[in-house]
Write a protein that binds this ligand. Structure first.
Ligand code: Z5A
Length: 213
């Protein structure tokens, strides 16, 4: 039985997932734990190729179901090659986005049927679900403002999903909140509108409460 802990960060655009993944990793390392930071799409060679293919918009013609299949295929490799081995070694695995993002982006906002999304999750993830999912919840306007400020600062260009209309982003937020409400055993909602340090504190409290690092 794997002795590591698998934690995922989820949420809409600009919620602060990458920032909080990094801050939690630092805090866990300072407490003496081995930590693997990873992300989706990405985390493996195949995952990084899928990331480039989808976020550049090249997969748009395959539709949301095609994208969901690609994300799931990359996720299967990510679990087999990276996540499961690290958990076996007893490490803490922090993943910036995971299968709830497929349910939100391709399912709720993209229109792929829930039964298909569930089937893909069963096949690609099975019992390898995270023990804790931190949903960083921020109002859509606030998250998009952060992303546009970041992009405006020349750090990155808008990708395939960032440019979608407000309705799309509201559907994402509703879906993430609904998943969290339906899976209280693994999910905690964090108010991500607060300052970075306050969010980090709330994340740490959640981790201490659930996993006693
Ligand atoms: N996707 C999908 O469709 N289906 C799937 O199954 C999966 C993914 C797994 C990945 O993009 C895209 O893939 C994603 C969903 C889709 N959609 N998009 N776009 P990505 O990895 O490039 O980006 P992201 O995951 O959407 O992250 P993000 O929205 O760009 O950012 P974030 O990680 O949530 O936040 P951040 O980078 O930590 O912070 C953003 C900015 O806000 C930055 O300038 C920070 O300094 C600032 N920030 C962070 N926290 C705060 C606070 N608390 N206050 C003020 N400012 C803050």
């Amino acid at each position: 039985m794997a002795s590591g802990k698998f934690i995922t960060f989820e949420g809409g655009e600009g919620a602060g997932k990458s920032t909080q993944t990094r801050l939690l990793a630092e805090r866990l390392r300072a407490a003496g734990h081995k930590v693997l930071e990873t992300r989706e799409p990405g985390g493996t060679e195949r995952g990084e190729k899928v990331r480039e293919f989808i976020l550049s918009g090249k997969a748009r013609n395959y539709g949301p179901l095609g994208e969901a299949v690609l994300f799931s295929s990359a996720r299967d490799a990510h679990i087999q090659e990276v996540i499961a081995p690290a958990l076996e070694r007893g490490e803490w695995v922090l993943c910036d986005r995971f299968s709830d993002s497929t349910a939100a982006y391709q399912g709720a906002a993209g229109g792929v049927k829930p039964s298909l999304i569930r089937a893909l999750e069963r096949v690609a993830v099975g019992s390898d679900m995270p023990v804790l999912t931190l949903l960083l919840d921020v109002p859509v306007e606030a998250g998009l403002k952060r992303v546009s400020e970041r992009n405006g600062a020349g750090e990155e260009e808008a990708d395939r999903f960032e440019g979608m209309e407000q309705r799309f982003h509201e559907a994402l937020r509703d879906c993430f909140l609904q998943i969290a409400a339906e899976t209280p055993e693994r999910s905690i909602i964090i108010d991500a509108q607060q300052a970075e340090s306050a969010v980090a504190e709330a994340v740490w409290e959640a981790v201490v409460e659930r996993l006693n690092p």
